[in-house]
Unconditional design. Structure first.
Length: 173
């Protein structure tokens, strides 16, 4: 949605129909999970939290649609839940999910110039319902059952969380 004021056309693509169904509706955004419905050319590709799921072959299918001098953005975030999980007596499990993944992780991908590669840190507040939604997704990554959330007794209604933000931008040569 953030791109709508800056673009003639915004297409939200995700190979997962379930994710398309969760997308927020907007009159100026078309959503699809069908690669063949994407235009043959575009000025911007944005991978938000999705590059980890894309292999070299799929990345090439996306990037070949990018116009010369077009931009490619890779971004993701990683929330630090350690203190909350420790309070709930849940062991934090690390996964092999790489939040900082960008084109440098695809050495065979050429034809791009890195313009920006940054890591930032922030904190934000959320209520209990929002925290449970975030933790549900995290539990999925850790292989823990989501119903484990129902057994946790939280001692407050609002939480301050810290997060790392990963952002890289490339221009097509």
């Amino acid at each position: 949605m953030a791109l709508v004021p800056y673009a003639k056309t915004v297409i939200g693509y995700d190979p997962s129909q379930a994710m398309i169904e969760k997308a927020t509706s907007h009159p100026n955004i078309t959503y699809t999970n069908r690669l063949e419905e994407l235009p043959d050319s575009c000025d911007l590709l944005c991978f938000f939290g999705s590059l980890e799921y894309i292999d070299t072959m799929m990345l090439k299918k996306y990037t070949q649609r990018l116009n010369k001098e077009g931009r490619l953005i890779c971004c993701d975030f990683e929330v630090d839940y350690a203190s909350i999980l420790k309070t709930a007596d849940i062991t934090v499990q690390t996964t092999d999910y790489n939040h900082s993944k960008n084109l440098s992780n695809y050495p065979e991908q050429s034809g791009f110039k890195e313009e920006i590669c940054e890591v930032g840190f922030t904190s934000f507040n959320c209520n209990l319902e929002q925290l449970k939604s975030l933790l549900g997704a995290e539990f999925e990554h850790m292989g823990k059952p989501k119903d484990l959330l129902d057994t946790i007794r939280f001692d407050r209604e609002t939480f301050e969380l810290k997060a790392a933000l990963y952002y890289s931008m490339y221009s097509k040569l």
